[in-house]
Ligand binder design. Structure first.
Ligand code: OOB
Length: 553
């Protein structure tokens, strides 16, 4: 009765336009899409529809806390529409790719939801990425725009923006969020709210997420509005989020885990409050938990270990904390067992992948299940197979290769037909490269990995990518990069190098090699923690480098 509905969007929202398939995307086969719609997984809603639904339903709730700034859902909706107006006037619209390269700051929400409202396609770079990666994302995705911040953690992103604008022809706009300048160029984009929307179709690709690499270059993952929103609704429910929840965002904001498991989109869906932290370290996170009565957070295992082992833990009131998600890499049982007694909250293990499939232990699961398994799939229609190397299905309890297909798992990487042939079966299962065992109820335990990838505390490193960069060094004849065990990170990155015959070994040091890689412009977490100069690599009996021997050396 009688109340004016709030005009959350600039105009009356009409029906969605026709679906447009982005070139280079492998679509879901029609019979699967039909089944997922019939079963109510795909509801025919866009991420922007969901966002503005929450802006209406939770208008006066605080959505984002960033330092001293608190932004309500109503205010966020207004900021998003005004920025969408500005971006639209620059010519950014439906289907345009925009590389987003921002740290954990409130403006991230404006940018991402404005792009969704325009039907533009964000490409999610991590704050840690540097020139080599950003240039690659921009050119590979043929991005029309690149959005970053002036500087962060001592790195001059504004200079990077100038370089990208100069060297990637598709990039018409390199936009820099200015936190220091007086001119506030970026702020000027917030103008008249977007008044007409071209919008997009729920079956369209919503964004391109990055894969944890196994190849020379990172692969891009196309996720649709329909498929992603399904995981968001279910994740919010499985993680117990409500409009009373206060979720600490302590991991890199653009990672798939932080976006959706349950992540910022799960929070927006539930109308929860999100408290932004620049890092998960205890001296940053604990004061925020105590000040804002944080009820849940999502961490990777090394950060969970920092929380468990922190000397300042008793100085802060953490009693509001109810649930702690830990995922991205394997959490040891010893650490898992300590969470409840020492932090006073329920542990929820998360085993997910940007390609799709996400598993959670449930909040009502027994303590022994929660500490020993990485959880159960989200959907009854997630098809999970555990097979031997010949593709034969294995019985419960026997570890094997995890293959999966389902209502939110991609059918192929973006513009990557050759990789797709390797990583997807003919009937559309994604070969995850993970070795798992499954119990009778479907709970998975991760026991190993088949893919050539290093999981450095949740951050994924492709050995091939680093080997290729090392091979471009004039003193290096051959390079092999492997993961070696580390107490805290689980694995760290180690490079073995063979020098050219005429090179004096004294002229090459780990310090110099690190500097060389840094100058190439790559994310810091990919730079090997250790180097070893060797005369030759151990070989397998077929004459290939034995990475196993190197890992164990
Ligand atoms: C998440 O996504 P990605 O795409 O960075 O990495 C996926 C890979 C998995 O294939 C697996 O190898 C590993 O990361 N992984 C785990 C794990 N969670 C992820 N390995 C062991 N135990 C776990 N709990 O990492 C990601 C995406 C969504 C939610 C959570 C994590």
């Amino acid at each position: 009765g009688g109340e004016e509905p709030m005009p959350a969007r600039g105009c009356v929202v009409g029906p969605h336009p026709e679906h447009v398939l982005l070139e280079g995307v492998v679509p879901f086969p029609a019979e699967f899409a039909e089944r997922y719609r019939e079963r109510g997984y795909w509801k025919g809603e866009t991420i922007a529809d969901m966002f503005f639904g929450s802006v209406r339903s939770f208008a006066d709730n605080v959505a984002v806390v960033d330092g001293e700034e608190e932004i309500t859902y109503a205010k966020l909706g207004e900021r998003v529409l005004r920025l969408a107006g500005g971006l639209s006037r620059l010519g950014i619209g439906r289907g345009d790719r925009v590389v987003v390269h921002l740290p954990n700051v409130a403006v991230y929400f404006d940018v991402v939801f404005a792009l969704f409202e325009l039907g533009a396609i964000p490409v999610f770079a991590l704050q840690a990425h540097r020139r080599t990666e950003i240039e690659y994302f921009c050119s590979f995705a043929q991005a029309k725009a690149y959005i970053t911040i002036d500087s962060c953690e001592g790195f001059d992103h504004a200079a990077l923006a100038r370089e990208i604008a100069a060297c990637v022809p598709s990039v018409e706009h390199a936009l820099v969020v200015d936190t220091q300048d007086d001119c506030r160029e970026f702020g000027k984009l917030y103008g008249e709210p977007l008044s007409h929307q071209e919008r997009c179709n729920p079956a369209d690709v919503a964004f391109l997420q990055l894969s944890g690499g196994t190849t020379g270059k990172p692969k891009l993952i196309p996720r649709t509005h329909d498929d992603y929103l399904y995981t968001i609704r279910e994740s919010a429910r499985i993680c117990g989020l409500s409009s009373e929840s206060v979720h600490l965002i302590a991991l890199p904001i653009a990672h798939n885990y932080t976006m959706s498991s349950p992540g910022i989109l799960g929070c927006v869906y539930a109308g929860a409050k999100m408290v932004l932290a620049p890092s998960g370290s205890p001296d940053v996170a604990f004061p925020l938990i105590s000040k804002h009565h944080v009820t849940s957070s999502s961490l990777v295992p090394p950060v969970a270990l920092l929380w468990l082992n922190s000397s300042v833990r008793d100085e802060w009131d953490l009693s509001s904390l109810q649930v702690l998600q830990v995922g991205g890499a394997k959490l040891s049982q010893e650490a898992a067992r300590r969470v409840k007694p020492e932090l006073g909250c329920t542990l929820q293990q998360v085993f997910g992948m940007a390609e799709g499939l996400v598993n959670y232990t449930r909040l009502s699961d027994s303590e022994s299940l929660v500490v020993s398994s990485q959880g159960l799939r989200i959907s009854p229609d997630d098809e999970v197979r555990v097979v031997d190397d010949d593709g034969v299905d294995l019985p419960a309890g026997v570890p094997g290769n995890l293959l999966t297909r389902g209502p939110y798992t991609i059918r192929g990487y973006y513009c990557a037909p050759e990789v797709n042939e390797r990583d997807f079966t003919l009937d559309g299962f994604y070969c995850t490269g993970d070795i798992v065992s499954r119990d009778e109820r479907g709970y998975l335990t991760v026991t190993g990995r088949k893919k050539d990838q290093i999981n450095r505390g949740g951050e994924k490193v492709s050995p091939e990518e680093i080997e290729n960069l090392l091979l471009s060094h004039e003193a290096i004849h051959d390079a092999s990069v492997v993961g070696v065990r580390d107490q805290v990170l689980g694995e760290k990155v180690k490079a073995f190098v063979v020098l050219r015959e005429d090179v004096d070994p004294g002229s090459v040091s780990p310090f110099k090699l690190k500097k060389f890689l840094r100058q190439k412009g790559i994310a810091g977490f990919k730079i090997p923690d250790e180097f070893e100069i060797v005369d030759e690599f151990p070989e397998t009996f077929v004459g290939k480098t034995s990475k196993r021997a190197q890992r164990e050396s």
